[in-house]
Design a protein around this ligand. Structure first.
Ligand code: TXA
Ligand code: MG
Length: 341
């Protein structure tokens, strides 16, 4: 790879410097790779019309070629050249959720290079709700593909530091707009079948989609979900079950690992941060899904740097399938905590 170092620009997320957005956009237009924040996670932007740039993007991430990319647009009308039709349901959903964390899959017109779509014939697209992302895409003046800006298989980045940890020296620049507000990826909804189908659970829940669509979307089974397991550097044991039993189980696992001389990291919620020994990382508040989503990936990345093994509290069903699933995908082992009789 010929890139020597990665430029870092810092901007105010709500009022970004137009000069930085213009320069970042121009770089993308010219075929460079620039990471930027969206409302979900950081994306790695490339010019969707430039085959070489998109190929360089796959190489920088180490991403399998058959995993297609999401088109990021500055406005809904920029979609029309690339999709065969916009069904009425799509118009409704775009009106309700764009700009925002819902990615929609359409039949494509074939105007985008096949490398973008994995040769699928369909196009996934969204309009991100973040001033930095929107400003850069507008300045680029081309459709921008933006996969999460991590090495393939690693947790999605929610800060510029995460991007640099994975991709420094492999990409041209990162625009640092601080932590991303939602912290988990967009929901991917396929509109090419009879019934809308969730291909990847994410920041918009199926019931929020149903409220607008008037029908509950189908959900792809876990194994078919279009994302890969996220690989942490250390094992993560996920402990699920009734709250008090989980605390007891984690404390006993802690004792066993500590006796082997292992550094133990514990992922919990703020309410229980004081209940554990070891390297405790509280993430979010009980019953507040959004607060958990905002820090989940950051907490996992922090824990893997300070611990040899991570013990994580399971998330209750109320936290939603999107978050539960992400934590399960990060786990090397899931254990059930049972109450002592
Ligand atoms: O929130 C997000 O969506 C972030 C930010 C940066 O916008 N992007 C993101 O991109 O998560 P990526 O590439 O990491 O994940 C894209 C997902 C993959 O699961 C991919 O398989 C799916 O979208 N996808 C893309 N194009 C598709 C298509 N034509 N049909 C079905 N799935 C598609
Ligand atoms: Mg990704």
């Amino acid at each position: 790879m010929s890139i020597l170092d990665t430029i870092v620009w810092r901007v105010d997320a709500s009022n970004p410097d137009p000069a930085v957005l213009a320069e970042a956009g121009q770089m993308i237009r010219r075929g460079r790779l620039v990471a930027f924040p969206t409302e979900t996670v950081y994306g790695l932007g490339a010019n969707a019309l430039d085959v070489e740039a998109v190929e360089a993007l796959f190489a920088a991430k180490g991403r399998p070629r058959d995993n297609p990319l999401i088109l990021h647009l500055a406005a809904a009308e920029d979609l029309f050249p690339y999709v065969r039709e916009v069904p009425p349901l799509a118009t409704k959903l775009m009106g309700a959720f764009w700009p925002g964390p819902l990615t929609l899959v359409f039949f494509g017109t074939g105007r985008l290079p096949a490398v973008v779509t994995g040769g699928l014939g369909t196009i996934a697209a969204r309009v991100p709700a973040h001033p930095v992302a929107l400003g850069i895409i507008r300045a680029a003046g081309v459709p921008v593909v933006a996969p999460s800006a991590n090495l393939s298989g690693r947790p999605s980045p929610t800060t510029a530091a995460h991007v640099l940890a994975d991709l420094r020296g492999r990409i041209d620049a990162v625009v640092d707009g601080g932590p991303t507000p939602l912290g988990i990826e967009s929901t991917v909804l396929d509109l090419t079948g009879k019934v809308p189908r969730v291909l990847r659970r994410g920041a918009v829940s199926s019931s929020e989609i149903a409220d607008v669509a008037g029908v509950m979307p189908e959900e792809a089974p876990e194994a078919a979900e279009k994302d890969f397991r996220c690989r942490l550097r250390v094992p993560l044991i996920l402990v699920e079950g009734e709250a008090q039993a989980v605390v007891e189980k984690i404390r006993s696992l802690y004792t066993a690992f500590a006796a082997e001389g292992k550094r133990v990291g514990i992922l919990t919620r703020e309410e229980r941060a004081g209940d554990y020994p070891g390297q405790v990382v509280p993430c979010g508040r009980e019953g507040d899904t959004r607060s958990v989503g905002a820090c989940l990936y950051a907490a996992l990345r922090q824990l893997e740097t300070v611990a040899d093994v991570i013990l994580a509290e399971g998330l209750p069903a109320e936290a939603g399938a999107a978050l539960q699933r992400r934590l399960r995908q990060a786990a090397s082992e899931v254990v059930r905590a049972e109450r002592e009789p």
